[in-house]
Each structure stands twice: as C-alpha cells, then as structure tokens.
Design a protein around this ligand. Structure first.
Ligand code: GLA
Length: 730
C-alpha cells in the first residue's frame, strides 16, 4: 500500500519507491505538513516545534497556549485568515465580503487508481499503478469544502496534487487565489531552480538561494509563457546532477501560473505552485465546484539527473497519450523557414518531392495557406483554403503529396483572429476585448473568446472542415501572442474568463483527438511559449523555440531537459546563416543538436549542394537508428552550456547496454586543451566498445576519468559517439 493512515496519531503517509510524504491532522483539526523526502518508515511529528512568537496570533481554540500558531506551524494547504501570514495557497472572499477561511479535517478516502480532473489535463495511470488519497477539509463557518487530492505513482517517485473546492453555503463566494501544491520545509537552506527566458530564447537555467524574501515567478499572460516556465525545482544547497536531495513541481496547465518560494521568520521554507491570481476571481454559488489544475511533484535523493528521469518518465507515459506516445514520431520538413508566407501548392509539392528524396516522412505546410494571409497583418480566423494562392484545392495537393508516399501536415492558429478577417467583421464580440478601450495588439492580432462555447464550436467546425479535405496526419497548433484584454462579452464575472478560456481550449483539443484519433498534434506558441505538461497531454511534442540556431539551442534544450522528455522537444535543422542569429554552424552540428528532440528540417532542400543533401540522408538514417535510444533512454546532462565551453549530453538505454554521447564545442582556442567528458549511467564493471574506432573502454574509466574528445580545428565542431556493451564478440 502506498498510502497509510495511522488512526491514533491521525498521520497520513504516502510512500513511493524512494520517497515518503507525511502529514498529520492535529488536535485542533488543522492539517499540518510533516515531511517530504527520502523514504522513511517512522513518524515525523517530532519535527513540529511549538514556540511563543510575538505577533504570531493563536487560533481561539488554542486558549492560553501562545505556542500554538498557524503562522509558525508547517501547513498542508494554508489559507488566508487563520493567522498564517506567509503566502497562502487559498484566498477566498466570502458572500459577506470577509476573506477568512479556516480549513478543518472532516474525513478522507483512499482509492485505487489515480483521480481524474474533468475538463483538465492530468496524469493518468492504470488502476494497479497508482493510488489516490482525498482529504476532505471544510470551513466550519461557511459552506466551503476543499478536497485535497493526492495521486501517487510509487514506481516513478511521483506524487500529484490538486484541490477541488465546492460551496454549499448562501450567496456567492469568490476564489481569489488557488494553488495546487504547498510544501512547508521546517528548516534547512534551499535553492530555487527556475527557467526564465523570452521569445526565441526560452528556459534559461537559473539557480538562486531561497532567502528571507518572497521569490515569485509566474505568468499573467494567459499562457504558461516564454518568460517563466511552470516547472521549478527546490534543491539542497549542495545538490548536484548526481547527488543530493531535490524536489520538482510541474504545473499541468497551459494558462497563467504562479510559483512562490519564501523563507519565513522561523527559518522554514514554503514553496507553492498553482494558478496566477491576477485577473482571477472565480465565483462559486451553492452546489458549484472549482477544480484546480494539478501539480506533478517528485523527489530525488540522487541529484537532478534522477529528478529529471522521474519527470521524463511521468510525462512520456502518464501525460502524453494516443498512438504517438510510444511510436516513432515522423521526421518532418516544415515550410516556414524555407518559404515563410511566399509559396503556392507547387512549391509545397516540390518540397515534398525533395523531402521524399532525402528520406523524410512528413511535409508540413506552415502559416499562409488560408484566408487572405500573405503576411501577418490579416487572415487569422478565416480557415478557408486560399485556392487562388495554392493554385489548387487542398484535397488535390494533399493527394499529390501522399501519393508520393509522404505524409502531410498543416499549421493552424485556432485561438487567434486578425482584425482584417471576415470572421472579425462578422463577429466583433467574439474576441477578448474591453468595451470602450483600444485593445493591446500583438503581431497585429487579437485573441478569440474561447470561454464561449459558440466560438469554440465555430472554430472547431472550421478546423474539421479543413482536416476532412484530405489525408492529413499532423497539425501544428500555434498561439502567437500573450493575452492582455481579459474581457468576455458573455459574462458579468470577468474574473472567471481566463480559467474558462483554458477549459474551452482543452475541450477543443479533446474533441479534436476524439474525432481524429491518429492525428499527431505538435504544440507551438511562437516556439516554446506554451511548453508545459498541460499541452503535452494533447500534443506529445512541442516546437521548442522559434530560435533554430544550433548554439542557442544548446542552452534552450538544456533548460528544457530538466522538466521535459526529449520526445517532447520539437527540434529542426535550419539553413545558415541562421535566420534568428546570423550565425554559421556546420550541418553536422545542426544535426547533432536537432537530434536531441523530435527531429526535422526547416529549410528549402533545393538550395543545398549535393554533398549536403547526402549528409542529410545520412543524418536521417542515423536518427532512425538511434530514435528509440534518444526517446526512451535515460538522458544525462554531462555539462552546463551556460558555464562550460563544451556542451554535452548522453542517452543511455535503461539496461545500460547502449549509450550515445553528443558534444558540441561552443568555443575554440589556440593550443586547445584536451576535453575529458565524464560519462554517466554506464554499468560499472563493464567494457564498452566505441563504434567508430572499435576501441574498448572500461565503464569506470569513462565515468571517472572521462572520454577524451578529439582536439580539432574549426568552429562549433560536434561529435556523436556511440558505445555498446562489449560482450566478447569481435
Ligand atoms: C510562430 C511559430 C513559427 C511559425 C510562425 C508562422 O512564430 O513559432 O514556427 O509557425 O508562427 O506564423
């Protein structure tokens, strides 16, 4: 049993293979957090420290006991109004206007299998793989009930958390802040690792100490965002890739989020993650329920690599769904950087012929095929094929291409609308826009009001109408702006619009996959602006960044790898000089970097010299050969490209018998020093044969002293080195 409840002590313990999580209902009915960390069999209530702290008030029920304060005790789901002045997980406004809520234990249920969240993406698992704990908390003074949900996948060291809030009282309450998870550490010094960025430079790694301040990251953009990713890690100060304790929180949601870390007056550390509370004030009347999207938590006592492995496995097998979850993803050629808006049907057909010749599986017709769309000023919303531009019908083009034996994919941006579009002229009230105010434009476009069912239904029908015109196997789902005007013409309660918008989006995606079960969706939002576990529930791969420069990608993909599996990372080889940076890198280097993802190309092959085409053919064959190792193997970061001149990583099969090491020299100097790459994850006591040289290497040598990279002249050289366990054969 992964969930235990001790009746007498009222202690809940959640056990995974290597971790334990513990909480206790105390004498006054409050739910206190006791412990999260290395697996233990004992009780941790000895950690509770009661002391008289001035200005930390005491619940009335404590009587004259000044040492009992919600302000100092570790909480499981802190609320505003109990005398706990640290960051709360829940803030609500009661129907009488007051903000207080004090949750007390009412009961619990332990269930086999993992809970589901209706209408929201969430981790799923088989009945025998997971358990659920539901703890019912209630405010005795109002009709507020909160079910705290815990899903445990023991084999992966994963615990998920969510909260279901319902109201049974009079009038209407408003939820002003709802977080899914809270961790109160009673002592210690921790670091916060987070991933910040910007368009075309997402998920830069940052590690800072958690101090007596409140560190907040989040997004009030109505999307998870390029600027901060909804995945954070809390680590002991001395934790490294290979050793030490660390904890992850990954939000399974693609809208706004907030994550907070704070060291409190007693030296404790509180970390929270959940919904962004700006633009949020969700009404609940009697009988209504609100579901908070969930957070995936994991603990590793063996450093950051292990933590990433836990998250990778969880997302790969328990978030991603459908036939493409495990299968080989197609190698694709996307038209964007090769053609931008300037193409016709014949150009796309020509790309497909080139693609076929190179061994590519799928051609994607990107932005520009619909409405009036020769640039980004117009056309979004008008999902009608521009046959004049293509010079043929979509059905005809798709048939010509699929007849070649190559698959066809297409680009959409269903949530957005151009002012210059027939749809906007017909339904100006279908956009998020505040009456009487000029809207904020971004890329000259507005956002459709997906909180309204009729809007979702209209776009859904339009998208299906396109997909029904031919054998279309892939859709790139783009979203190219942040939301700014949070106003729906359909409600009085603007505080619910953004959450309902996300429900509308998820409903659309769910219906789309139900209708086209074999469709492969690739998420995108100006590259990686919505790279989160929520989108991965629908789209098992996401275009990682609009930046295809191989050297910048080293950092972007390094940051992404902490929380997300390689199979989720859309990565393409593009032309040089690179369109985002102007940098020139060798084709081999671009190939090596793009292979750490779902591989593809984004260029016009007709412009490549014959030798380069031959190299591309070889890259493709090599990727096919290693695809299972890359997607299903364990991924190890060998260096930190922000600090080290060599960027290196490796994939090791779970049984340790095969390993692919990749390295890119970010810099070159005169009289270069040798680079010894210390490999990871090999089987001790084993000899490995390196394929190209045929040379044998002992695992310990490779892991302790390192593999000596060749010292060669040239800029940005890359290496792919394949090792196989040596079983004595020649
Ligand atoms: C976004 C995407 C690109 C491309 C363009 C098309 O920027 O990230 O890959 O699809 O839109 O407009």
């Amino acid at each position: 049993m992964s969930i235990q409840y001790l009746e007498k002590e009222r202690i809940f313990t959640l056990h995974t293979l290597n971790s334990s999580y513990q909480m206790q209902v105390d004498k006054n009915g409050y739910l206190l957090h006791l412990y999260y960390g290395k697996r233990t069999s004992g009780n941790m209530d000895y950690l509770l420290f009661y002391s008289d702290r001035g200005f930390s008030g005491n619940p009335y029920i404590a009587g004259r006991d000044k040492t009992y304060s919600m302000d100092t005790l570790p909480q499981e789901y802190p609320t505003l109004g109990t005398g706990d002045y640290r960051n709360p997980a829940l803030i609500l406004r009661n129907s009488d206007g007051s903000f207080a809520c004090a949750l007390h234990y009412e009961g619990h249920r332990i269930m086999q299998g993992k809970y589901r969240l209706k209408g929201l993406p969430a981790v799923y698992a088989g009945e025998d793989e997971a358990q659920t704990l539901e703890i019912r908390m209630a405010d005795p003074c109002t009709g507020v009930k909160v079910d705290l949900l815990y899903g445990i996948i023991p084999s992966l060291d994963i615990i998920t958390r969510s909260a279901k809030i319902s109201y049974e009282g009079e009038g209407t309450i408003h939820l002003e802040k709802v977080q899914a998870s809270c961790l109160d550490f009673v002592g210690g010094d921790y670091d916060l690792i987070s991933f910040n960025g910007r368009h075309a430079m997402e998920r830069n790694f940052q590690r800072t100490g958690i101090s007596h301040s409140c560190q907040v990251i989040g997004s009030r953009r109505g999307m998870s965002s390029h600027q901060y990713n909804p995945m954070i890690i809390v680590a002991d100060r001395e934790t490294t890739e290979d050793a030490g304790s660390c904890y992850a929180m990954s939000f399974v949601y693609s809208g706004g989020f907030k994550a907070e870390a704070e060291k409190d007056q007693t030296g404790g550390t509180r970390v929270l993650m959940g919904l962004m509370d700006d633009h949020f004030s969700y009404p609940l009347s009697r009988g209504e329920t609100f579901l908070c999207p969930e957070v995936i938590m994991s603990y590793s006592g063996n450093g950051l690599s292990r933590l990433s492995h836990n998250l990778h496995k969880c997302i790969r097998r328990h978030i991603c769904r459908g036939p493409h979850r495990d299968g080989a993803r197609p190698i694709l050629l996307n038209s964007w950087e090769g053609c931008y808006f300037d193409f016709n049907g014949e150009d796309i057909y020509r790309l497909a012929v080139e693609a076929m010749d190179l061994g590519i599986d799928l051609i994607v017709m990107d932005d520009g095929w619909f409405g009036k769309r020769d640039d980004d000023y117009s056309g979004l919303g008008d999902w009608f094929v521009n046959e004049d531009k293509l010079g043929e019908s979509l059905g005809h083009l798709v048939k010509r291409i699929t007849d070649l034996g190559i698959k066809f994919g297409i680009w959409f941006e269903p949530e957005c609308i151009s002012e210059d579009s027939d749809l906007y002229r017909a339904h100006p009230d279908w956009v998020l826009k505040i009456p009487g105010r000029d809207p904020v434009l971004a890329r000259y476009q507005l956002v459709l009001d997906f909180s309204r069912k009729e809007v979702v239904d209209h776009i859904f029908d339009a998208v299906c109408n396109i997909l029904d015109q031919g054998d279309i196997s892939y859709v790139k789902w783009d979203f190219n702006r942040s939301i700014a005007d949070f106003y729906s013409h359909d409600t009085e309660d603007q505080g619910k619009v953004l959450y309902d918008y996300m429900l509308g989006l998820y409903d659309f995606l769910e219906r789309l996959l139900a209708r086209y079960p074999d469709l492969l969706l690739e998420g995108c939002s100006g590259g990686g602006g919505r790279f989160d576990a929520g989108m991965l529930y629908y789209a098992p791969q996401i275009w990682c960044s609009d930046n295809t420069d191989a050297i910048d990608r080293l950092r972007i993909q390094y940051g992404t790898s902490f929380g997300y599996p390689i199979s989720a990372v859309g990565s393409h080889v593009s032309a040089v000089p690179n369109h985002q940076t102007g940098r020139i890198t060798p084709l081999a280097t671009r190939g090596t970097v793009a292979m750490a993802g779902t591989f593809g190309y984004e260029l016009d092959p007709a412009l490549m010299p014959v030798e380069e085409k031959e190299e591309v053919r070889k890259q493709i064959m090599e990727y096919r050969r290693f695809r299972d190792l890359i997607h299903d193997g364990l991924y190890y970061r060998l260096t930190n490209p922000f600090m080290d001149e060599t960027a290196a990583w490796m994939f090791v099969s779970e049984d340790g018998s095969r390993a692919l090491v990749c390295a890119v020299m970010q810099n070159i100097h005169g009289a270069s020093l040798p680079t010894y790459l210390r490999l990871k994850g090999l089987k001790p006591g084993t000899l490995y044969r390196e394929e190209k040289s045929g040379r044998l290497y002992p695992a310990e040598g490779l892991m302790e002293a390192g593999y000596l990279l060749p010292v060669e002249m040239g800029s940005y050289n890359a290496y792919r080195i394949y090792f196989k366990e040596y079983d004595g054969e020649k």
